[in-house]
Design a protein around this ligand. Structure first.
Ligand SMILES: [Zn+2]
Length: 102
């Protein structure tokens, strides 16, 4: 299957499969999982891929999903970006700056 990097990622977040998975997952995990580990109960805002799709993570696996609040997701994104910039993770050359979950 031919995949164009970046494009596919954006398209994926608009698919019925993802929407269904996301709705199911957030129902099972209605609280931010990172905050919960820190003893805080915060409503989850989105379902995040633990290993990002562009890094080879499973798209529709509960093992690769976690509920996050806005704050934790922003933190994770910032850390991932730093890692990319420092060359730990190779970025997709044409990854769009948009927010696919909005
Ligand atoms: Zn959180």
């Amino acid at each position: 299957m031919a995949e164009v990097r970046g494009k596919v990622r954006d398209h994926f977040y608009g698919t019925t499969a993802w929407r269904k998975f996301r709705a199911w997952y957030i129902k099972q995990h209605p609280l931010c999982e990172v905050c919960k580990r820190n003893g805080k109960l915060v409503s989850a805002y989105l379902v995040d891929h633990i290993v990002e799709i562009k890094d080879g993570g499973d798209k529709l696996s509960a093992d690769n999903a976690q509920s996050l609040c806005c704050r934790c997701h922003a933190q994770k994104t910032a850390i991932a970006r730093k890692k990319r910039l420092s060359g730990v993770v190779q970025p997709a050359p044409d990854a769009p700056p948009s927010s696919p979950w909005v």
